[in-house]
Write a new protein. Structure first.
Length: 56
């Protein structure tokens, strides 16, 4: 499950660097919803770890 979160996050990063704003906005929306759904399935402590490791 954690690896799927990392994968989604890296795809989002990659998309933001390589596509137009319009596409990124659409992708952001999709990935944010996907991430939220995945995060909802995880214990809060793990969610915090993944968040800090990837984005901070």
């Amino acid at each position: 499950m954690t690896s799927k979160l990392y994968e989604a996050a890296s795809k989002l990063d990659e998309a933001q660097q390589t596509t137009t704003n319009y596409t990124v906005q659409k992708l952001d929306f999709f990935l944010i919803i996907t991430l939220q759904n995945k995060l909802a399935e995880l214990p809060p402590v793990l969610v915090q770890e993944v968040y800090w490791e990837h984005w901070v």
